[in-house]
Ligand binder design. Structure first.
Ligand code: FAD
Length: 651
């Protein structure tokens, strides 16, 4: 078979899922997959309300396609807008070029449906793209700033009235963000939060109609408690610049109407000459093949496809799970055709729904079995989002997601109520960093010098030093070897029990038999208590595997000393401080488990955690080294993310 050209249009949830699937399954086949999108990034649409509502910056929900498909040799990326399809000649036409295909997947998504309501296009806002989200955010910031200067109370209140039309995921999540943002904006502009009005207007008599009724009712109660007004059974009939009109003729003064009441198939695909169903969605069969063009290998997926699984007048829902599952069906059928295997029919498997109302509260329904409300539902939403990156095999964006959602959020707008994202000046931790590093240096030096004098190098490496032929680790199998194994080291078992890192240094032969005392500081005359008197068996097995005999143990004790010196210098000079502190935690835990560490020194662990706060970025080398590594490694692995504009690839 000649090289197969697969073109995927749209890098939304559906297009990305299909491309990932085919890139993996066809790794060894002679194929070229071209993924075309008007953006150079994939947008996490389900979190767009966070951008519109001023919680996160746009880059938090934009994922560069170049990073998502890094090192996928059979995938080419094109940043271009598709304007037509020649179904007979099998060519995709873009603004800048033409792309012949053997197989085509169209996953161009949807767009807001205003059902012809007058004024929505001219005066309303929609939330269905990054551009929409940024526009809403800017409008709200500007409107609140103007309202703060408006002396007339009625006009000011109208300006501070924000109405969302529609109570699906998009509408409820949007109003949830405004609920939190309102307080921040009020404070910034010296306004009273009570002057703001937040309202959801819904044409149907109930809200969140894709949810179980009990879950929806909980959400409704929560919103009422938070002062959000709900107008149900109230279709909007007109939108103007300064008010909206409801079906009963009443008017609500507002400058901000966010329309989230419906989704239809994208207008960009309306002229492709493919058979359209309700809401501009394009018909496909159970294999996701475009109706009437089954022999042309054209597939429709995601929000754009119209496929009734049960012939009941209900098409696949316009949700992420359906987008991914229709995409997998199409992609699996392309793979089947290329590999000459059996075709796959679409079979839905929806795992549930999650809706957030602000950053700390939500409702979730998992597999119609587990129902959650509140904090746990939000935790579940984060887990599902993190799993999305795991499924896409993108450790980079999993990390970025955590940074944006947990560690870099402002105004306490996250599930930890800001506890994980408190900004402070790391300068104040520099003295502790230098002290902690110096302490490791002193302790490591003791292991080099032993009982000798620091000032006299010729006396180093004597008794007490870790650089002799005496094993310092108190592990029984090493002691046995020492006593039975000819070496004079046999008499050093007791010494060994005290030979841990400098931390353990207090106990002596004289005190070894006295009762040990628990405490977090050393009281004169007391025999401090070790964290573990005896190594746990499982740990002993690991240690025995790592240090089976005296030779290895002697090497390890010298090696450990160098590691400690390395950690000490890294901490003092602020180089790789996160790693160095993580390593000290690992070391201390290992010393504890070895029976070589005392409660009085347990503070090593919390101090190391405290210093993982970027302390090397103030008066430390990490300030320059870490950004340089990030830049260089990023360029090497991913290249420099940029738009790869379309070109004529028909030749
Ligand atoms: C605020 C918000 C919250 C949501 N919350 C949820 C939720 O909680 N759970 C849930 O399941 N769903 C939710 N959804 C719906 C969900 O986002 C969609 O169902 C999903 O994005 C559909 O995926 P898709 O791949 O079909 O289309 P999209 O994700 O819309 O992707 C379409 C892609 O096609 C590209 N494209 C379009 N036209 C062209 C063209 N002419 N040329 C080139 N490229 C083009 C676009 O740039 C885009 O990248 C939410 C949506 C929004 C907006």
């Amino acid at each position: 078979m000649a090289k197969q050209k697969i073109v995927v249009v749209g890098a939304g949830y559906a297009g990305v899922a299909a491309t990932k699937f085919m890139a993996k399954k066809l790794k060894k086949d002679d194929v070229e997959i071209t993924l075309i999108d008007r953006h150079s990034y994939h947008t996490m649409m389900t979190e767009l309300h966070e951008v519109a509502g001023g919680r996160v910056e746009p880059e938090a929900v934009q994922y560069d396609l170049q990073r998502l498909f890094a090192r996928k040799k059979n995938v080419s990326l094109v940043t271009d807008t598709v304007i037509g399809i020649d179904k007979e000649k099998k060519i995709v036409k873009t603004k800048l070029g033409k792309y012949p295909f053997d197989q085509l997947i169209i996953g161009m998504g949807g767009e807001p449906n205003d059902f012809g309501t007058p004024g929505v296009k001219e005066h309303g806002f929609t939330l269905w793209s990054m551009e929409d989200a940024i526009k809403i955010r800017k409008h709200i910031e500007d409107t609140v700033a103007k309202a703060a200067l408006e002396p007339d109370e009625a006009t000011r209140r109208a300006m501070l009235t924000f109405v969302v039309c529609g109570s699906g995921f998009t509408g409820i999540e949007m109003i949830g963000e405004l609920m939190e943002w309102k307080n921040v904006l009020a404070k910034e502009h010296k306004l009273r939060p009570e002057e703001f009005t937040l309202m959801v207007v819904e044409a149907l008599p109930t809200i969140l109609n894709m949810l179980d009724r009990k879950d929806a009712e909980k959400a409704e109660r929560f919103m009422m408690k938070k002062g959000i007004q709900l107008k149900k059974g109230a279709p909007i009939t007109e939108v103007t610049a300064d008010h909206i009109v409801l079906k009963d003729g009443s008017q609500i003064p507002t400058n901000t109407l966010i329309w989230t009441a419906g989704v239809k198939g994208t207008t960009d695909a309306a002229d492709f000459g493919l058979e359209a169903a309700r809401g501009q969605r394009l018909y496909a069969n159970e294999f996701m093949q475009a109706k009437g063009y089954e022999d042309k290998d054209i597939y429709i997926v995601g929000d754009l496809v119209y496929y009734e699984e049960n012939d009941d007048g209900k098409p696949t829902p316009q949700i992420v799970q359906a987008a991914e599952q229709t995409a997998h069906t199409a992609a699996a059928n392309i793979v089947a055709k290329i590999k000459n295997t059996q075709k796959h029919e679409f079979k839905s498997n929806y795992q549930g729904f999650m809706v957030s109302i602000g950053s700390k509260w939500g409702v979730a329904n998992l597999m119609d079995k587990v129902h959650m409300a509140g904090f746990m539902a939000i935790v579940m939403k984060h887990i599902v989002n993190l799993k999305y990156f795991f499924d896409m095999r993108s450790g980079y964006y999993m990390f970025q997601y955590m940074m944006h959602e947990f560690f870099h959020i402002k105004n306490d707008r996250n599930v930890t109520r800001g506890h994980s994202s408190r900004y402070g000046n790391v300068l104040w931790s520099v003295p502790l960093r230098v002290f902690y590093g110096s302490m490791w240096l002193v302790e490591a030096s003791k292991k080099v010098v032993g009982d000798g004098s620091y000032l006299n190098p010729s006396s180093w490496f004597g008794s007490g030093s870790w650089f002799t032929d005496k094993v310092v680790f108190p592990f029984p199998w090493l002691q046995e070897q020492v006593t039975t194994g000819a070496s004079a080291a046999g008499s050093h078992a007791a010494e060994a029990t005290t030979a841990a890192t400098g931390a353990a240094g207090g106990a002596t032969d004289a005190t070894a038999t006295a009762a040990t005392h628990f405490g977090f500081n050393y009281t004169f005359g007391e025999n401090p208590m070790p964290v573990f008197e005896k190594m746990p068996n499982w740990f002993a097995k690991i240690m025995e595997f790592m240090m089976p005999n005296k030779d290895v143990a002697l090497f390890m004790q010298k090696f450990m000393t160098f590691v400690e010196i390395g950690i000490a210098l890294a901490l003092i000079f602020g180089l790789f401080t996160w790693l160095a502190n993580a390593a000290t935690i690992g070391l201390v835990v290992a010393f504890c488990l070895s029976g070589m560490f005392y409660w009085v020194n347990i503070w090593f662990i919390p101090v190391a955690f405290a210093l993982m706060n970027g302390s090397g970025r103030a008066l430390g080398l990490d300030r320059w080294v870490i950004p340089w590594i990030q830049r260089t490694a990023g360029r090497w692995w991913y290249g420099t993310p940029r738009s790869i504009y379309g070109k004529d690839s028909s030749n």
